[in-house]
Write a protein that binds this ligand. Structure first.
Ligand code: BGC
Length: 926
């Protein structure tokens, strides 16, 4: 009883403090706290190779209008020194600055194979000092070529190339091992490893790390990524064994649609045999060091993995397991010495992105037996990943797994849409009790697993789904009053997770899985709302830059291993401008702009060269508004509009880099394009010459309409959509921009009607048909099998993120969170409040912390709950011009000194607020 009274009292005082605080700009009562300390966007990264890594953090603190006015960052060579606040490597001193990200390391040169510990503290608006952040660290990888002692090893297997199109060539994985002795006490041990191909590193019987698909996909002729693992805890005194299993992967295996279209090469795009390279660096307590590097003294063999291909699948013969091969006390006398391979020409670098990991484990929700002995497991959603098999039975039994995204009417899995992807795994039992198996070097896009050859009838736990992805989709929340839209949001995230797999792939299931640039650019901003994609996209931009054609065009996909002519297309190649621009806008990243700048200029020159009187025509591979329904937009229109958009973005990026002359040059170019564009494509009545939904969407969103005609153009788009029953006639390009353009010109109601549409073509149509993912085509599936048979059998993915680009509109408009400058320091809160929806509730974890915005009709009033992170400001748009009517909490805003009224017109009042939570209410004009 007593304690309850006490806690009530405490609560009372806390709320008093909170009220007091909300009125004061500077009398904050508690110091700020520092969170999410990152180096190069990553939490405690190991083995980076950036000379001047960049730091970032987020801040928390009660009350309102909380700011950082200064910070101090220290970097130490040991934990002890850091605890004693000794920044022996770097002490920034007190820096008067409000920056919390993109802060470059400025200490002395960082050294190879070295771990650094760091922390920071900040000062707030009243000069109050925070506590130090919890200890964070990063380590540097091998910075010089001379640090590398390993050589590339593996072994050849025979290869008959005569029949490359009609039969598959799937060589076995290679196993490499090395036994070594540790005689002294170890202080630190690190493994630096890589492969041409894919590898899994093993140490004393266990997998090292939790990543899949290492070392990642690059243009191996230009760069090869390596990994750094801290293995101090895994080594023991006495015998230790390091092992590696290597397979073809993207380096030597099947890639993309090459087999389907019978390219000159169908596999081995970078090399024929996979090989492994690496070393363990041991530092002993006594100060001595030792390196165990890949060399001829290792042993090489084959083993249980008989086939291993990303697209085709994996076959494992458990009878051929060399049991204990990766652990001490194993007799490797019959293993051969490895073959040495040429060191590749590509640079050895640390992987800059996020690696593939298991992000979720799924238990099947059902199992059926559509024909005797064929069992189909339903995992409940359409993912990318692998299936783990649990089985018990006689030696030599072959269990086969196939994968499908949907079921046919007879309950069998549909595999026609996989095209040339065999996507089949097999496990051959050793017959020694319960056997559990997962493949290592393949993955599939699927919801259903077909199991055949199973000894007896499997139970539901015979299959477990392992979701694999390079990202976590945890940066946002979204709830609308229409539950269909909430399912849509889940589906968007599921499909993003399935395709952000080392690179942003188009789809995870068929013989494609390529980093299609058009898909990536339309989805970039959406991607960032759902997930922190800063490191992932940094890596992809390196791929894109590496793949730029010599004549300046960015290619259709990156990495680009094929040798085909004219591999570029309007709206695909423009990814080279649009993605870097978004990296700057979202993460305030100018370093990536510097990295890309030369290539971007070259691309602008390429476009200039292709243009006549400022109009860039279509060209290269012309996919137009890919997969549009019922309307067609000319390729020239698309080419010209994207050229205009690029020049505008170039001007902004040049400005951000302090290249004022370039900024002017590109702004002039934009004006010239705009003029030429309007002359050719915009009629005097505000219609476009082609009058398709997509033409309005692009021209309005890119700002290419003459100012006097833009309203008319928007009205025409709204009218067209309405006449079309609030449905799209658009493909990849139009779909992203229609609602953005409508909302830009005040037609939120129409955007909501499209958003909630359930008739074909719409997102709601797929949700109502039970989809758990985003489809490639509006008509990917119809209940009427016959009507769809032609596309089902060919090019029809059920996991294509491109049409999920509505996430950008969902967050920028329906939730209403955007950034005015770069990196969400000056936030825009402008929710599209409409009678078409009862409420919307969303949040986004920006680089500056979580921003939340929710709105809800309460009778004829609307309540807006908003949360703004510490050290940022927001302009909040309240949909009424009657300032006196706007209340925050239970007070009029004019009586709340922490809120500034910026301006007001008939339809809205714009307020400026700082950090904190706010609850506004007003009677909207509509
Ligand atoms: C991919 C697309 C890609 C397109 C180019 C397809 O095969 O799946 O998403 O953008 O080719 O038209």
């Amino acid at each position: 009883m007593k304690s309850r009274m006490k806690s009530k009292l405490i609560l009372f005082f806390i709320s008093l403090l909170a009220i007091g605080n909300s009125h004061s700009q500077s009398n904050s009562l508690e110091a700020l706290s520092v969170h999410e300390t990152r180096v190069e966007y990553l939490e405690n990264p190991q083995g980076i190779d950036i000379e001047k890594p960049r730091f970032s953090w987020t801040l928390k603190g009660g009350g309102r209008n909380r700011l950082q006015t200064a910070y101090q960052l220290i970097v130490a060579s040991s934990m002890e020194k850091l605890s004693n606040r000794q920044g022996d490597i770097w002490d920034s001193g007190k820096v008067n600055s409000n920056a919390t990200n993109q802060i470059e390391y400025e200490g002395s040169s960082l050294e190879s194979n070295t771990k650094y510990y760091w922390k920071i503290k900040v000062w707030d608006e009243s000069g109050m000092e925070s506590k130090w952040s919890t200890t964070a660290y990063w380590s540097m990888g091998l910075l010089n070529f001379s640090n590398w002692k390993g050589i590339f090893i593996g072994h050849d297997v025979g290869y008959d190339k005569t029949d490359k199109y009609d039969s598959l060539y799937l060589p076995p994985a290679r196993y490499l091992r090395k036994s070594f002795q540790v005689q002294k006490k170890i202080k630190k041990a690190t493994a630096y490893t890589t492969a041409l191909g894919l590898y899994e590193l093993r140490l004393n019987g266990k997998k090292v790390g939790d990543d899949y698909f290492l070392p990642g996909w690059t243009d191996y002729n230009k760069r090869l990524y390596y990994q750094t693992f801290d293995i101090t805890e895994s080594l023991t005194e006495g015998e230790n064994v390091i092992g590696a299993i290597i397979a073809d992967g993207w380096y030597a295996g099947y890639v993309g649609y090459a087999l389907l279209v019978r390219l000159d090469k169908v596999r081995e795009f970078y090399g024929v045999n996979p090989s492994f390279m690496g070393q363990i660096q041991i530092e002993y307590e006594d100060g001595n060091t030792e390196i165990i590097a890949s060399d001829r003294s290792w042993k090489s063999n084959e083993g249980a993995i008989r086939e291993a291909d990303i697209i085709m699948g994996e076959t494992y013969d458990a009878r051929l397991e060399n049991s204990g091969w990766d652990a001490p006390n194993y007799d490797d006398d019959d293993w051969k010495s490895p073959k040495v391979y040429t060191h590749p020409n590509g640079k050895l670098e640390a992987h800059p992105g996020t690696k593939v990991k298991s992000t979720e484990v799924l238990k099947p929700i059902a199992m059926t037996e559509p024909s005797p002995g064929t069992y189909v497991f339903n995992l409940g959603k359409n993912i990318a990943g692998i299936a783990e098999l649990k089985v018990k039975g006689p030696k030599g039994t072959r269990v086969q797994l196939r994968f499908g995204e949907i079921l046919k009417r007879d309950g069998q899995i549909q595999t026609e849409n996989l095209r040339k992807a065999r996507a089949t795994d097999a496990y051959i039992l050793k017959g020694e009790g319960e056997e559990i198996w997962q493949p290592k070097f393949t993955y599939h896009g699927f919801q259903y697993v077909e199991v055949t050859g199973y000894p007896g009838k499997p139970t539901l736990d015979a299959i477990t789904g392992i979701v694999l992805s390079s990202i976590e989709t945890d940066a946002s929340t979204f709830t609308a009053s229409n539950p269909m839209n909430n399912t849509l949001f889940e589906n968007i995230k599921t499909t993003q997770s399935a395709n952000f797999f080392e690179i942003p792939t188009d789809c995870p299931q068929r013989d494609e899985r390529l980093g299609w640039t058009g898909d990536a650019q339309v989805y970039m901003r959406s991607a960032s709302y759902n997930s922190d994609v800063a490191a992932f996209m940094t890596k992809f931009l390196i791929d894109l830059d590496d793949a730029q054609r010599w004549y300046g065009a960015y290619p259709n996909f990156a990495p680009f291993p094929y040798s085909r002519p004219n591999q570029y297309a309007p709206a695909w190649m423009d990814a080279g401008i649009i993605i870097p621009y978004n990296m700057y806008k979202i993460y305030n990243d100018t370093r990536v702009l510097e990295y890309m700048y030369e290539g971007m200029e070259k691309f602008m020159d390429f476009q200039e060269d292709a243009s006549t009187d400022y109009l860039r025509p279509g060209g290269g591979n012309n996919w137009g508004d890919w997969l549009a329904v019922n309307e067609e937009t000319s390729h020239d229109f698309i080419g010209a509009s994207f050229y205009g958009y690029d020049s505008k973005l170039m001007a902004e990026m040049a400005e951000a880099l302090g290249k004022t002359e370039d900024a002017q040059k590109y702004m002039n170019l934009f004006e010239n394009i705009k003029k030429a564009f309007a002359e050719k494509y915009i009629l005097a009545d505000g219609r476009t010459s082609e009058d398709t939904q997509t033409t309005y969407a692009l021209a309005l969103y890119f700002g290419l309409f003459p100012d006097a005609l833009a309203e008319k153009g928007a009205a025409r788009l709204a009218e067209k959509i309405e006449k079309n029953g609030f449905k799209f006639a658009t493909g990849f390009l139009g779909t992203k921009h229609v609602m953005l353009a409508l909302s830009k010109y005040g037609y939120d109601d129409i955007s909501y009607k499209i958003f909630q549409q359930t008739e074909y073509p719409s997102w709601g149509y797929s949700v109502e048909n039970g989809s758990t993912s985003i489809w490639e085509r509006w008509n990917s599936y119809t209940k009427d099998d016959a009507a769809n048979s032609d596309i089902n059998a060919a090019m029809n993915s059920f996991s294509h993120y491109a049409f999920g680009s509505v996430a950008e509109w969902m967050f920028q408009h329906s939730v209403g969170i955007d950034t005015e400058d770069s990196g969400y320091r000056n936030i825009l809160i402008k929710p599209a409040i409409s009678k078409e929806m009862d409420f919307i509730n969303g949040s986004y974890k920006s680089i500056n912390g979580t921003i939340a915005s929710a709105w809800n009709w309460k009778g004829n009033k609307v309540v807006m709950n908003i949360e703004i992170p510490v050290n940022t400001k927001a302009k909040v748009h309240i949909p009424t011009g009657k300032v006196a009517d706007i209340r925050e909490g239970n007070k009029s805003i004019s009586k709340t000194p922490s809120i500034t009224i910026l301006k007001s017109n008939e339809k809205e009042t714009i307020l400026e607020i700082g950090s904190g939570s706010y609850s506004f209410s007003a009677k909207p004009w509509m």
